[in-house]
Each structure stands twice: as structure tokens, then as C-alpha cells.
Design a protein around this ligand. Structure first.
Ligand code: C2E
Ligand code: MG
Ligand code: MG
Length: 656
């Protein structure tokens, strides 16, 4: 019966990929001379992966729900294309396996499937193109047309990298299909597309062809690139981060060795950056870091690597045939460029200097971690040697770190055990040579090392934050001492030094008020000494704290004036009552005469009291007296001494 049906009908054995049975019309369609020949064909041989998958899906659908499907097929009996609409439905074979009954009709009659598939092709965002064997475009769906630069653009011109294009063709040749993520030229510029290509036949000519579908994944690529960038860069400055230097070093290490080159790791830390952060605020600190990053970048060759480790720490990786000469060039350039003043948004001008530590590869370490640690140690050495300098790693430095850690632990213990004591240096009235005040200077009575001077421990106390506790202790002791002297009939103005870090301490004012109350000391007989660097920022918080101290009754002195920015404008904005001219001015009066004179006359105009620091000789005192400076402090009169010795001084200089 079925043989008499004029339309092709056949049964396909999905499992075995063979035609099981076919009617006469079907034999024609398949250009088979006999049924036996057709049934003998291995249909799986030329079957693409996707068709095989689709058939397997049909089979399970037939089993699950007696479904039927329509598909547009193009067959090539005798090389001539024949378009058919084939209806697939379930057919159980005698042995119980599920096969497929295929009924074909000429394609002209549009089925809902064909209409919808055409619609889908027209509206999909996927770009679908059919290319001929020579790469010429045979068909493009609207999405593809909207993307290509010219309609007849061959695939070779669409793919940015010709090598990638060749690799795609090779994969297609070998496997019949290929999927790649490639950069392509589009009307919208270069984009990232995921390209799936498949070998097929052109339904019109029957010739070999290539079906290419593309999806734009630029957004994903961008996110991915951004994530990669973040993993390897410092977000603030855009410089590479530690991870990247580590990677680049590991990659380059062998090459450096093989080429007989040397490398240097320069560890750079900005001096007193913390002060800037504490006083100007973090936003200003960030802007400064960005500036410094630019300067570092422009101080080295493009092949050198500049990275930010975090905070105010930077790293430079240099490679050269003569590494010492190269390091020398770079550090000279850095010392100059970094120290150039930076003008921040608020109009404040700050100057910052770098301390640099250098370790050399291969001699100071074979791996990145060791080199980094060595350079870090060398940097500390540079800082200790007075900052703004460079130091090369030496093995003894490893011991120094150990010492620093021991010192920190010792300092904490010293605070608990009250090993700190105050010495007092007289502040003398110039015309009468009488002691009118005193500066409290802290010393550490070390159980084995004896008396340790503040320069040996204050910096570490500042960097560890211990200064807040130590400062509170000093203030309290000084207040008590002031009262003892007052009770002995000496009404001295007692001066106490404050570090920038203490200004960031939330309990600063509370602690001061408590000490005044506990001692019964009048605030008006205490003076705090601050340095100019704390005022740099025109920070409202610092100003607020100083105003409150003034309101409590304390006087405020600007210490070491002349060593920093010597910005007289600060004096107007801040409630400062006294200027202490740094001893470097007093001791090299000749060199600094014009500036020293200017400072003195300005302070007079601004009605500030002036104290000359570090007066050691009679000549220096004569100059001080000649300028009309009212107070001085210095070895000429006395060093800082313990309370008992101070009492003796007071007695010796008591008015007759
Ligand atoms: P400073 O506040 O400028 O103190 C003056 C320093 O100059 C003292 O050194 C003093 O002994 C020294 N000096 C005084 N007269 C002369 C002189 O005629 N010639 C010379 N060459 N030096 C003189 P000292 O006691 O070693 O203190 C050094 C620094 O340590 C102080 O400088 C101050 O910045 C800091 N410091 C001392 N005590 C404290 C403290 O309790 N808290 C804080 N935050 N810092 C302190
Ligand atoms: Mg001082
Ligand atoms: Mg001073």
C-alpha cells in the first residue's frame, strides 16, 4: 500500500543509523537503485554531531509522548537539491525498539515550523552567515547584516587576527565544526564574538559551504578583562600591584640569568606620609599618592616596572647590564622628582621625600619574596639614616629588624613598668637671664642600657601608636610637676611636645582634661608644642582640637620653626601663641640671616612670643638679644636635666 503512495515514506532506524524500509518514491529521493542498497547505507558516516543529537532527542520524545515533528530538509539526489518538508513520527520496530517514520512532502507547502523558523532566523540576535568554500558570503540573517562592515565581506576580513582565521579553518577541516572566541571587525568597531562554524552544504547549489553563527560577548570579555586588571593592579594609582611584580619577576628571572643581566628591586617608602594622612585627611593623601605614582613612572624607562605595594610603599624593578649605575641614575631622578612640591586641591603645597631600599638579583636573594624582604629592610636602614636617602641591602639588616621588634616589645613593657621619666630644660628670659619656663623632654631609663634619648624610641612609638599612651603619661607627669614647682614658689610655664599621631587619638582632649584635674594644674601654665607638618592640611579637625586646647586655657607653641615649610600663613589661621625658632637657624645664623630676621620681625607683627632653641654660645645669645627675642633655650644655660638638678638650677638663679 505504501509503495503506491506517491510521496516518499521511509522508516529510519535511529539506533543503527540505517534506513529500515522505504517506498518507491523514497528510493527516488535517496537516489537508491534498490531498497537493499538504501538499507545497506551507513547514514551515520556523514551525519553531523548536531543531527545525531537531534535524532536521539526525537527518539526519546517519541517514547515519552507519541509526538511528531516537521523539518525542512534539503537532500541532493543525483547532486540536485530537493527541498522537502519531512514529518517524523514514532514507529516501533518488530523487536520493540523505537524507530522513526518519515513522510516527505515537497517543501513548497509552508508548514508552521518553516514559517516560524524563518521568523526566528530573521529576529534572532545571533548573527548567522553562510559562506562558500572560498569564504565568500552567500547569506546573512539581519543580525549579521547589521554587524558586518560590507555585505560581501569574506570571513577572512571579518576576523581581526589572520592566524586565528586560519586556525578556525583548520579546526573546521579536521573536525567539521569549531567554536572560538575571537576579535572581529564590525560596524560598531572591534568586538569580541563567540563564533561557531560548521561545515554544511548550500541548499541552493548543493556545494560545500560553511555556516557561521556569532554571538557578541564583548560585555563578558570586558568584565573578565576588568577583573583581570583589578587582580593585577592597584585601583588607586593604576600601577601594577605586588602580584604582578611577582609574576613578571618569576617570568623574567630565567631570562635575566641566561642573558647575564642583573636586576634590582627598589623599595620606596614616602617619608612622613602618615603625618599628611593624619592632618590633611585620606582624600588628600590619596591624591598625593597618585601624583607620586606618576612621578615614579616617568623617572624610569618604559621597560622598568613600577608598582604600588599599598599604603605609601612603591616598588621598582630594574633590569640592566650595569645595575649599580642604573640604580644610581634612577634614585637621583627619583629624589629630585618626588621631592618637587605637590599642590593639593585645597591649595596646600606639600613636599614629600622618598626613602629607598635596594636589593640586587641574584646576590641578595634568589626569589621574589626574599628580595622584597631584603629591599624592605634596606629601606628601613635608609629611614634610620635620616630619611630621603637610599640604602643597599646588607645581611646585618636582618638583625636590625629583629632588634626593632625587640625594641617595640621592650617599649610596651617600659610603659607598664614606668621606665619613662621626664627631664626638664629651662626656658630663659633673655634680658633678665631668669628661668621662666621649661620644656619637658622624655627619657627612657632602660634597665640595662641606661638613659635612652627620645630620638632612639619616639619614631618607633609614633609608627606603632604607642606615642598616644606615652604622650598621655608625659602630659600627666608634667602637669603634676608644674604644681610641685608652683607650690615651691616657682610659677613656671611647662611645655610638652605632641606628635601628629596624638591628634588622631580620640581621647586626646579627655586625657588632658583629666590630667589637669587630677594634678590641680592650671591649664594656663601648660603649653603644648606642635610642629608645622601637623598644620599642613588646614585640617578642620586639627584646627578644632587646637581651638579647644586654647579654650581650655593652654598656650600653643610651634616647635622647630624654620626646618619645614616655614609658612607664616599658618600662624594666622591657627591659635598659636609662641614660635620656637629651630636650633639650626640659631647655630648657622650667618647662612640664614635674611630668613631668620624675617621670621623674627613677622612674629613681632603677629604678636607671637619667640623662643630661640639650641643656644650654645655667647655669640648666639648676643644675636638673639640683638633681635629682641625674649626667650631662649640651650646648652649655654643648661641641658635638659632631672627634676632634682632643675631644682638646683632654680635655686642658683633665684632673684637675690
Ligand atoms: P624638641 O622638642 O625640638 O626638643 C629640643 C631638643 O633639642 C631636645 O632634644 C633638647 O635636648 C635639644 N637641645 C636643647 N638645647 C640644645 C642645644 O643647645 N644644642 C643642641 N644640640 N641640642 C639642644 P631631646 O631631648 O633629645 O629631644 C629630641 C626630640 O624628641 C624633641 O625635639 C621632641 O621632638 C622629641 N620629644 C622629646 N620628648 C618628647 C615627648 O614627650 N613627646 C614627643 N611627642 N616628643 C618628644
Ligand atoms: Mg619641643
Ligand atoms: Mg624643637
Amino acid at each position: 500500500m505504501l509503495d503506491l503512495v506517491s510521496e516518499p515514506v521511509w522508516i529510519f532506524d535511529i539506533d543503527r543509523k540505517h534506513v529500515h524500509w522505504a517506498n518507491k518514491a523514497a528510493l527516488q529521493v535517496w537516489s537508491a537503485p534498490t531498497l537493499a542498497e538504501l538499507c545497506g547505507r551507513d547514514m551515520g558516516r556523514d551525519m553531523s554531531e548536531s543531527v545525531a543529537r537531534r535524532l536521539a532527542q526525537y527518539q526519546s520524545d517519541f517514547i515519552a509522548m507519541a509526538a511528531s515533528f516537521n523539518e525542512q530538509w534539503t537532500l541532493y539526489p543525483g547532486g540536485k537539491p530537493l527541498s522537502l518538508t519531512v514529518k517524523f513520527s514514532a514507529h516501533r520496530l518488530d523487536d520493540g525498539r523505537m524507530a522513526m517514520l518519515c513522510e516527505a512532502r515537497p517543501a513548497a507547502a509552508h508548514t508552521p515550523e518553516s514559517l516560524r523558523s524563518v521568523e526566528a532566523l530573521l529576529h534572532t540576535a545571533a548573527m548567522i552567515s553562510l559562506y562558500g568554500t572560498r569564504g565568500e558570503a552567500l547569506y546573512r540573517n539581519p543580525a549579521a547584516r547589521a554587524s558586518v562592515r560590507t555585505l560581501d565581506e569574506p570571513l577572512a576580513q571579518r576576523i581581526v587576527d589572520p592566524l586565528e582565521h586560519q586556525a578556525l579553518l583548520a579546526a573546521l577541516q579536521a573536525e567539521g565544526s569549531a567554536t572560538r572566541t575571537l576579535a572581529v571587525h564590525t560596524q560598531q568597531g572591534e568586538r569580541w564574538h563567540e563564533i561557531s562554524a560548521r561545515r554544511c552544504r548550500d541548499a541552493v547549489t548543493g556545494q560545500d559551504a560553511m555556516l557561521v553563527s556569532e554571538v557578541d560577548i564583548s560585555a563578558i570579555k570586558r568584565t573578565e578583562a576588568h577583573a583581570n586588571f583589578l587582580a593585577m593592579h592597584d585601583p588607586l594609582t593604576g600601577l601594577p600591584n605586588r602580584a604582578q611584580v611577582m609574576l613578571r619577576f618569576a617570568e623574567g628571572m630565567q631570562r635575566i640569568r641566561d642573558a647575564g643581566l642583573q636586576a634590582a628591586l627598589m623599595f620606596i617608602d614616602l617619608d612622613h606620609f602618615k603625618d599628611i594622612n593624619d592632618t590633611l585627611g585620606h582624600a588628600a593623601g590619596d591624591r598625593l599618592l597618585v601624583q607620586v605614582a606618576e612621578r615614579l613612572r616617568s623617572a624610569v624607562r618604559t621597560s622598568d616596572l613600577v608598582a604600588r605595594l599599598g599604603g605609601d610603599e612603591f616598588l621598582i624593578l630594574l633590569v640592566s647590564t650595569d645595575i649599580l649605575a642604573e640604580v644610581d641614575v634612577v634614585r637621583t631622578r627619583l629624589a629630585q622628582s618626588v621631592a618637587e612640591p605637590v599642590v593639593l586641591d585645597s591649595g596646600v603645597e606639600v613636599r614629600i621625600t622618598p626613602s629607598m631600599g635596594v636589593s640586587l638579583f641574584p646576590q641578595d636573594g634568589q626569589d621574589f619574596e626574599t628580595l622584597l624582604r631584603s629591599a624592605d629592610l634596606a629601606m628601613y636602614d635608609a629611614k634610620e639614616a635620616g630619611r630621603n636617602g637610599v640604602a643597599f641591602f646588607a645581611p646585618r639588616m636582618s638583625q636590625a629588624v629583629h632588634q626593632r621588634m625587640t625594641l617595640e616589645a621592650e617599649l610596651r613593657r617600659a610603659l607598664q613598668r614606668q621606665e619613662f621619666e621626664l627631664h626638664y630644660q629651662p626656658i630663659v628670659d633673655v634680658p633678665s637671664n631668669r628661668v621662666v619656663g621649661t620644656e619637658a623632654l622624655v627619657r627612657w631609663r632602660h634597665p640595662s642600657r641606661g638613659l635612652v634619648m627620645p630620638d632612639a624610641f619616639i619614631p618607633l612609638c609614633e609608627s606603632t601608636g604607642l606615642i598616644c599612651e606615652l604622650g598621655a603619661y608625659v602630659f600627666e607627669q608634667a602637669a603634676h610637676q608644674q604644681v610641685r614647682w608652683r607650690e615651691a614658689g616657682h610659677d613656671l610655664l611647662v611645655s610638652v611636645n605632641l606628635s601628629a599621631r596624638q591628634f588622631a587619638h580620640p581621647r586626646l582632649l579627655q586625657d588632658m582634661a583629666a590630667a589637669l584635674q587630677a594634678s590641680g594644674c592650671s591649664a594656663s601654665r601648660l603649653q603644648v608644642e606642635i610642629t608645622e607638618s601637623m598644620l599642613l592640611g588646614r585640617d578642620e579637625r586639627v584646627l578644632g582640637l587646637l581651638l579647644e586646647m586654647r579654650a581650655m586655657g593652654m598656650a600653643i607653641a610651634l616647635d622647630d620653626f624654620g626646618t619645614g615649610y616655614s609658612n607664616l600663613a599658618y600662624l594666622q589661621r591657627y591659635p598659636i601663641s609662641t614660635l620656637k625658632i629651630d636650633r639650626s637657624f640659631i647655630q648657622s645664623i650667618d647662612a640664614n640671616r635674611p630668613l631668620a630676621e624675617l621670621i623674627v620681625s613677622m612674629s613681632r607683627l603677629m604678636r607671637l612670643a619667640v623662643v630661640a632653641e639650641g643656644v650654645e654660645t655667647a655669640e648666639q645669645l648676643a644675636w638673639v638679644a640683638g633681635r629682641g627675642i625674649e626667650h631662649y633655650q640651650g646648652y649655654l644655660f643648661s641641658k635638659a636635666v632631672p627634676v632634682a638638678a632643675f631644682d638646683a638650677l632654680l635655686a642658683a638663679h633665684a632673684p637675690a
